[in-house]
Design a protein around this ligand. Sequence first.
Ligand code: LLP
Length: 433
Amino acid sequence: MRLYGTQSIINNHLHIGGVSTKDLARTYGTPLYIMDEEEMRSRTRLFRENFIHERIETEVIYASKAFMTKAMAKLIKEENLSLDVVSGGELFTALAAGFPAEKIFFHGNNKSLEELVYAVHSGVGTIILDNEDEAERLRGILEEREKKQRVILRVNPGIEAHTHEYISTTKNDSKFGLSIFSADTVDLIKTLDADPVFDFRGIHCHIGSQIFEEESYFKAVEEMLGYVGNLKEKGIAIRELNLGGGFGVSYEEKDTPMVYENFLKALLEHVAGISEQMDLLPLKVLIEPGRAIVANAGTTLYEVGGTKTTYGGKKYVFVDGSMADHIRTVLYDATYTACLADRMEDPQEEVYTVTGKACESGDILVREAHLPVPEKGNLLAVFSTGAYHYSMASNYNRLRKPPVIFVRSGKSKVVVKRETYEDLIRNDQMEEY
Ligand code: LLP
């Protein structure tokens, strides 16, 4: 079985960050999101240290939608990355953690007036505009002040990356950004560039998520730089090219994501080669990894409640979590690796479907888990759940969201407390009309 980050097996038990998962279950209960702090930090460094080029300025922005808590914002600040937020809620979390507003990039395809006012008044460094309506809303806010607001426009270069339809964002019918093939987009860029309230910096694209093909990125670079060249001919200087995130990770042994170190260098070399040839420098290049920073750092720990073999012969193992804390399997047909954390070296005898407590047949966490025959009380771990798990968790069936624990160097700490029943009814009202 492939282990990630600081995961290790000691006395048949899974350890993460030098802490036994059995101890974690005893201390904090289950289900439990465990985040390997060292692994997250080393991923941030991997991006920061390899996304550099002698002739091109660069910036790495963590896409906080993958996993965001105050402790995570603090970690990203300490590791000196910038931060991408997509809502007032993510922005609030970042600011509450003391993240510098200047290093925040505010994304989203329909930012409300309230969110834009909040961003501007908090001093958010860059706002990535998605469309003309947003630009209008923002202009209205900015008219009353002296300082220009840095903005970037999200465009769609029409690249098709091979990934699940819901997480592929740049096909021509995507809801995000404006097409580089539409004349209206150039008109908007001209307006933004000429408007004194904006400091128009450049263009952004994000071609999808969980992408393995380096080619898709090279193609995006070519399309985007071609567009930068067209804009230059029209007298518009593009100073920032943001290529988004989407760098794929391994969920199962068969997955073969790109080797980031090599890929990041090759990507910048590609940008440098083309932009030198087209005379587009100076140009700053930005990327926004989310999943690649946190996915493999996360492990969800559950307790086994029992097993069931159906009349049809299907074998289920029941755990004390559900699709409410693990939605990606049913939503995207995502695949995962599971193991019994307290029986790591026992032979894998059977194939089980891991299911939870939610009242829904689609409540499947892992479709095919190769496990020793599980016993009640065993601990079941699902690997690579650091991205889009806690951040996509819900309270379906009024299930309480699990706590998030950071582990590092033999120690553990709570970064999000387990929800209580009180938390569930905190906003409920029983007033009369
Ligand atoms: N930048 C932009 C503008 C994005 O829209 C996204 C992700 C990212 C960066 C980060 O992408 P990453 O490096 O994490 O792939 N819930 C889905 C993923 C949705 C991604 C949305 N945008 C999932 O669980 O697979």
